[in-house]
Design a binder for this molecule. Structure first.
Ligand code: SF4
Ligand code: SF4
Length: 349
């Protein structure tokens, strides 16, 4: 329980990881970062031409149309680096407000080494390497207003909990994690075909994107013939690379691939944002306990990782061989931002 006026940052999920931004990437700049009033004031001082868009009560730095990058990305460099908004200063760290303030890593970022997913979670130990300035920016925003926001998100969470308790479907976070961390639910043929992708007509900016060593990110869209794989341009627009059928059953995995998927699903289970999203979904329906919903959500997420890993492997000429750990690494990176973007009763810092 968080007490007003004292909000600590939980960064256990960052321990053991290393981060080094890749100069050839730019993936995180294919976005519209939230720009709060202090961010906007700072940015407008050095870039009075900056334009913003509103979504709900928040304002965001506008991206170029048709899926293009942020207006300030030029040759994979930020033209307003010293005054970039806080999500840019903090990426790949993202912070969830729920009953506590929990930091996690956006594993879609290719600058984050996924090796630690294979290790058993250890508490204590070194803070992550290469994330000092990102964490300093997060900490600079942990003020008294945050205590009020956490109290509000926590109240929302309690309301969801009461609704689920009233129908005898509630399971505490600790009990869910104790039940599922060891026997990690893994996807099988029942979970295929994996979750559908957005249609291209929904806009390129709404498609899942990932870094694939090309000059622009690669995006995936639902298409009549299967999944359309696109390369997106910084100026907006795209080129179709291929249309491939997504797997209709669970692909075969090498041993290393299975370990990595299991490690990823365990990491996701430790995220408060994931449990808050599952509880939010469960409360909208009439049956199934929170434990059952979490089990199903992990399998569904695992199936999405496997489907995207297969498509990426195929794009890179892998044919039908079992998926390797490198393929799974690619599938996780093509999925994790979507996993973090799921609606929940929580909030983002
Ligand atoms: S996604 Fe990661 S590696 Fe790529 S530019 Fe952003 S921070 Fe750097
Ligand atoms: S402000 Fe800079 S760092 Fe942020 S999205 Fe735009 S180009 Fe990227």
């Amino acid at each position: 329980m968080t007490h007003p006026g004292s909000v600590d940052l939980d960064f256990e999920l960052l321990r053991g990881f290393g981060f080094r931004c890749r100069p050839d990437c730019g993936l995180c700049c294919f976005a519209e970062p939230r720009a709060d009033p202090p961010d906007r004031a700072q940015l407008l001082q050095i870039a009075p031409e900056a334009t913003f868009v509103g979504h709900g009560p928040d304002r965001f730095l506008a991206a170029r149309p048709n899926g293009g990058a942020c207006q300030f990305l030029s040759d994979l460099r930020c033209r307003v680096h010293a005054a970039r908004p806080h999500p840019c200063r903090e990426f790949p760290v993202t912070v969830h407000l729920g009953h506590r303030v929990q930091a996690t890593l956006v594993l879609s970022c290719p600058g984050v080494d996924l090796g630690p997913l294979l290790a058993r979670p250890a508490s204590g130990g070194a803070v992550p390497e290469g994330l000092d300035s990102e964490l300093a920016s997060v900490r600079s925003r942990l003020g008294s207003d945050l205590a009020r926001r956490v109290a509000a998100t926590s109240r929302r969470g309690r309301r969801i909990e009461r609704r689920l308790r009233d129908s005898d479907r509630w399971t505490d976070d600790g009990a869910v994690r104790a039940a599922l961390l060891d026997r990690t639910p893994m996807p099988d043929d029942r979970d295929f075909p994996a979750q559908a992708l957005p249609d291209l007509e929904a806009g390129v900016e709404n498609l899942p994107i990932f870094f694939d060593g090309r000059s622009g990110p690669v995006a995936l869209a639902e298409d009549l013939g299967g999944w359309r794989i696109l390369e997106v341009a910084a100026e907006g627009g795209y080129e179709t690379l291929e249309v491939v059928p997504p797997p209709t059953r669970a692909p075969r995995l090498s041993e290393g691939a299975e370990d990595l998927l299991r490690g990823y699903l365990r990491y996701v289970l430790r995220r408060d944002a994931f449990l808050a999203a599952v509880q939010f979904d469960a409360a909208e329906e009439d049956d199934g306990t929170v434990l059952e919903w979490t089990d199903a959500a992990l399998r569904e997420l695992g199936a999405t990782v496997l489907a995207r890993a297969s498509v990426r492997a195929r794009l890179n000429g892998a044919g039908d061989r079992p998926l390797t750990a490198a393929d799974l690494d690619a599938g996780i990176r093509a999925t994790d931002q979507d996993a973090l973007d799921r609606p929940s009763w929580g909030d983002r810092l």
